[in-house]
Write a protein that binds this ligand. Sequence first.
Ligand code: BG6
Length: 513
Amino acid sequence: MNATTNPLRRGLVDDRTGDACTVVIFGASGDLTRRKLMPALYNLAVSRALPGGFAVVGQARRDKTHEQFRAEMREGISKHSRRKPIDEAVWSDFERGISYVAGTFEDPATYTRLRDHLAEIDRERGTRGNRLFYFAVSPAEFGTIVGGLKSADLVADAGARTGPWSRVVFEKPFGHDLESARELNDTIARVFHESQVFRIDHYLGKETVQNLLVFRFANSLWEPIWNREHVDHVQITVAEEIGVEGRGKFYEQTGVTKDIVENHLMQLLCLTAMEPPISLAADAVRDEKVKVLRSLRPMERSMVAQNVIRGQYGRGFVRADEVPAYRDEPDVDRQSCVETYVAMKVEIDNWRWGGVPFYVRAGKRLARRVTEISVQFKKVPHTLFRAPDGGITPNVLTMRIQPDEGIALRFTTKEPGQQTILRDVAMDFRYGAAFGSNTPEAYERLLLDAMRGEATLFTRRDEVEEQWAYIDRVFDAWTSEGNTPPPVYSSGTWGPEQADDMLARDGRRWRKP
Ligand code: BG6
């Protein structure tokens, strides 16, 4: 079926538009703007999802002309947009709305210049005084910029029902522990109401992640078996082939637990484990996710050694290319104890999931890039058939987030023939085959939602704080042990064998994705 005529595509992102507004990107000279934000905005323009009155202002330290900034953005779009080549008609309209304001974040004049520039844009492009401030900067700068916006009178009243709005979008990492996240939240709350704050976890913008809610709650099949009566355990894997990719300095401060587990992986866990929300309203969904986070059994110090396995990549081969050890990456300490792999056994203490472990793992330089959630069902209570290994393989439902997006259900069948020979087969749904492969990128959906003031796919203050509270305990235990070097795994493998042992102790093993 042709993807564009596919009725299942109706109602997807292309049918929606945002409010007239100007998007202001702080830190616009960074990689994120070129690689993700501008290509996403351009693709929204191609899909005609941008509002009639629209403009983008890049803001950064360096002096440059509007033309120079536009040229840089064009280059970023040609390289990173999902649609190639650039559509010249769309681009020529889109580029007229792009401009640049230079200045340091500390200088009050930056904000007054920005204010005057925005007023001019409102007059020329019909952006109606609505502003979406996007913070593509390090969290250390959040407070300074928020203060600058307030002093220059660039913040609209959140309580006003009519008139212009201001919203702020924050990139991760949102702090580096519970205390710093709380401080950031307090600083932001002094200027912006929570309804104006959009904290990005780009995983929530992925089509396959949004589909978790649809899959669970638009089908009657799963809910009756989505619990401790039927589920043996759940595995969530976020595996990457790439290493730290020139971000050694950042990784030395972060490690994979804070980079991936605290946010992306915890969000996947929440969407898998949460109760049905009463509606799709932002707070209804977020209330349910917070309940999951509050039900997580706190990782006591004595449990960490058993239930949390760290690893650090050594040299090895990824897709036949030899790659260096983490400690040999630029800007990484040769004695670094930072983890590039972590596996955890997470317990959820509530009625639905009591006694059902969630084994989660995330790592860099693993054998394959794959993000998936697999729900492993219980064994049959009595075996009628003789299976080659003595047991029948339990059913597994796998939701593949990326790549090869899809959902597969494994079950046992009889191989045709005179004998009863059992075979495992899979029922496979693939997004590419059903919907075509050119699905919107996470940032397209998230930017559009922020322009529309829809916060369902963004993390709320209490969610972020609960995520950090859980992870902080793991770090407390590691610090109390004196931060020993993690076991080294060869690049291109599935991580340290201690992670296999953790599951083996429970009579289980990791699924080979
Ligand atoms: C980012 C992390 O948040 O997510 C990166 O900082 C990681 O280290 C990336 O590579 C993974 O995102 P995706 O969308 O490629 O799975």
